[in-house]
Design a protein around this ligand. Structure first.
Ligand code: BGC
Length: 746
């Protein structure tokens, strides 16, 4: 055999190298490349094949391999002990950091700052790549409109426009301009498509979405990531309109590939080819593998069905050689683009060193500062005046539990976060702080996934008996009574959001509500910092607590960032990327529903679609306060009338009328008054985050393009731009009042 075959020549293009390599591969070698195997020891204990044997077989990829040493060990087998030496591609879920834990994605979406998210994911990519992970199964481009769903925290929230801008930024952050760079990894948009709309917010449940919803909302963040050149896409677990996505030729070939223009690596979610049997769609493994091949799925994540069934399917002609080649091609292309043939190995320790970079930690702190949403600030209780505080009561489990703050990022990577208690001690000194943990809230039903992946090297807070909780509440109240101010850190523990982690009610878990009511009853000034991975329905809190911050899971530097905000070193500037409902019963709750025959706003007040509570949300999409005050005025719309296909612009003056420099997220919403279909009450169509010094005015100009006015019409079965009148609003949330209008004619 030629010692220097073309595929080993880095001077050739990935296309040329792939072509050459394909021409040399046996059928067995091709089939093996289509398989991704579990590299986690626990999985081997559960009866999965050992990764080393799989490397010898020439499988394409492994997920969850723990450390650089193991990766090098298996890689050596693939590169040096197989005939063609095709390197393994290691993937894992790098969601909000690797060593440096950034805030949860939904939190970062609240920054409304795509460049921040791009920089954060660049740091994550650098640290991951240095540890041999060249592929992340992220970003999660699902639209999340139901706070009960456990995975909302992985998404960019409910809105397709905001989500599209953020998803594109994430892809750019991971992939950079050159995938072969040591600072880039391949990104993966998931889960195609509609996963966030699982009925009842119950994870893994079926999804029913009409064409208009898919096209006007759900495909859009994927389309944005594909335009950004994303290297891979993952299929969703569930079935959509009764069709399992991994078997859906319509969704995967006709929409994803042909329409949205995605031609790279399409991987399944974990085990989904095998799941086709469990779901009652495939008769057996062969049927499942055939269906997935027919739907143009390239890689089987962990179900081993391709490996087991493709030989038979090729023999009978149910899968053709051409199909096999087409399936392998993108996998090889990704490996060439990543430069894996040139640099298959990893330097142990390099990633850990990168993880200590103070610049990355500073970025994590900024990301957390810019993700914390100020929900309420009655009588300007915040920022706290440091000098007047002699005794500060810090209350709550979430004040001092790293695991609840999003410290854990990637399976096998040690977790770390500075807690609020530590951040406050750094700032105020030990002497002024009195800490009481309060009652520990725990899940009533454990997560089945934790048996494989719970190991982040951090202890969860110790569960308490009822008596211990009662005593903890008493102690917390005593601590509060003896202090000048109460800083309460309550909300969800780390394991209360995430995969297989939906909730049927959205209040403060466990006995935290009881604790909070007692703290409020002390009459002391009280600031509540909410921690957690989803919007919480804290209606009582809104009515009774003067200052509320939503800090989400703020990551490594969360404790410091919260302290920065509490004392006004940093002025809050985040705005909600997801509506806060008043109760779980309101879910799904989102702002962009269509206008009905009974519009809520036109009714005599109080009007509600429920008789027991208002149907409006607790906090609307886009909402967030600042220590500054912003006034909007002088709204100018460039045209009263435009022809179809023409652009227009909207400008507005935003004045910071306060004495504190601040940042505002200026948001533009549109409503189309009539047309082919009914249209949303409001839809976000533009935004800009601006810094406005105290007392100054900034003019912000936002563009409206024909694209922004085009939608998929059910009545026309086509994308249309109607001739119609439009209302527009500019302001600081989705209830913005400053209003303009224009008309599209022709
Ligand atoms: C999740 C995916 C994830 C995969 C691998 C699945 O259970 O749905 O989002 O990428 O596991 O960790």
């Amino acid at each position: 055999m030629n010692a220097n075959p073309d595929y080993k020549n880095p001077a050739l293009s990935p296309e040329e190298r792939t072509k050459d390599l394909l021409s040399r591969m046996s059928v067995q070698e091709k089939m093996a490349q289509l398989t991704q195997v579990w590299g986690l020891e626990q999985m081997v204990n559960l009866g999965m094949p050992h990764p080393k044997d799989m490397a010898a077989l020439g499988v394409g990829s492994m997920l969850y391999v723990r450390n650089a040493e193991d990766k090098n060990r298996y890689q050596k087998v693939a590169v040096e002990e197989t005939a063609l030496g095709i390197p393994l591609l290691y993937g894992t879920d790098v969601v909000h950091g690797y060593h440096t834990a950034f805030p949860l994605p939904l939190a970062m979406a609240c920054s409304w700052d795509p460049s921040l998210i791009e920089s954060a994911q660049h740091v994550a990519a650098k640290e991951a790549r240095a540890d041999g992970v060249a592929w992340t199964f992220y970003p999660n481009a699902d639209i999340a409109r139901d706070a009960r769903w456990g995975r909302v925290g992985e998404t960019m929230g409910e809105d397709p426009y905001l989500s599209s801008r953020m998803i594109a930024a994430e892809v750019k952050g991971f992939q950079g301009d050159d995938l072969s760079s040591e600072e880039s990894i391949a990104a993966c948009l998931k889960h195609f498509i509609g996963y966030g709309a699982c009925i009842g917010g119950r994870d893994y449940e079926q999804v029913n979405l009409p064409e208009s919803e898919l096209r006007n909302t759900y495909y859009r963040p994927f389309a944005a990531g594909i335009r950004q050149g994303v290297e891979s896409v993952m299929t969703a677990y569930m079935d959509l309109n009764n069709e399992p996505l991994t078997a859906s030729r319509h969704q995967l070939k006709e929409v994803l590939r042909d329409e949205l223009g995605f031609h790279n690596l399409l991987v399944t979610d974990a085990g989904t080819i095998g799941n086709l049997i469990t779901q009652g769609n495939a008769k057996d493994g062969a049927d499942a593998a055939e269906k997935a091949m027919n739907a143009t799925v390239n890689m089987d994540m962990g179900s081993y069905q391709y490996l087991q069934n493709l030989p038979q399917l090729l023999e009978t002609g149910q899968v053709t050689m051409e199909q096999l080649d087409e399936a392998v091609r993108p996998i090889l292309m990704t490996k060439f683009k990543l430069g894996l043939f040139e640099r298959p190995y990893t330097e142990p320790g390099k990633s850990e060193t990168l993880g200590k970079d103070p610049e990355s930690h500073a970025l994590a702190r900024k990301a957390a500062q810019d993700s914390i949403v100020l929900l309420k600030n009655k009588n300007d209780l915040l920022p706290l005046k440091e000098d007047s505080l002699r005794k500060v009561a810090v209350i709550g489990t979430q004040a001092n539990s790293q695991i609840d703050l999003g410290a854990a990022t990637v399976v096998g990577v040690p977790a770390f976060a500075v807690t609020p208690l530590e951040g406050l001690k750094e700032r105020l000194g030990e002497d002024r702080i009195r800490y009481a943990q309060g009652p520990v809230a725990t899940r009533t039903i454990p997560n089945f996934i934790s048996q494989f992946i719970a190991d982040f090297g951090l202890e969860s807070p110790k569960p308490q008996s009822e008596e211990e909780q009662t005593a903890a509440i008493e102690e917390a109240v005593k601590t509060a009574e003896a202090s000048d101010v109460i800083l309460a850190f309550l909300g969800e523990s780390g394991d209360m959001s995430g995969e297989a982690t939906s909730r049927s009610e959205l209040g403060l878990p466990g006995r935290q509500q009881e604790l909070l009511e007692k703290l409020v009853a002390t009459g002391k000034p009280l600031v509540l910092v909410l921690i957690g991975g989803r919007p919480l329905a804290v209606t009582w809190v809104e009515e009774h607590v003067d200052a509320i911050l939503m800090a989400w899971q703020p990551g490594r530097e969360g404790g410091r960032a919260i302290t920065d905000i509490l004392f006004g070193d940093v002025n809050p500037s985040a705005h909600l990327a997801m509506t806060f409902p008043r109760s779980a019963g309101q879910c799904p709750q989102y702002y962009a529903t269509t206008l009905t025959h009974q519009p809520v706003a036109q009714q005599p007040q109080p009007f509600s679609r429920y008789w027991n509570e208002f149907s409006t949300p607790l906090y609307p999409f886009g909402y967030g306060l600042s220590y500054s005050r912003f006034e909007y005025g002088n709204l100018q719309v460039s045209h009263e009338k435009v022809a179809r296909g023409e652009n227009l612009t909207v400008s507005v003056d935003v004045t910071n009328t306060s004495s504190m420099d601040g940042r505002e997220v200026v948001q533009l919403y549109l409503h189309q008054r009539w047309g082919s279909d009914t249209r949303p009450i409001r839809e976000l169509k533009g935004f800009e985050k601006v810094s406005i010094p105290a007392g100054e005015t900034k003019t912000v100009t936002l563009a409206i393009t024909p694209q922004d006015l085009t939608y998929y019409s059910t009545s026309k079965r086509a994308y249309v731009q109607d001739a119609a009148a439009f209302d527009l609003w500019v302001g600081s949330n989705s209830n913005a009042e400053l209003k303009g209008e224009f008309e599209v004619v022709g």
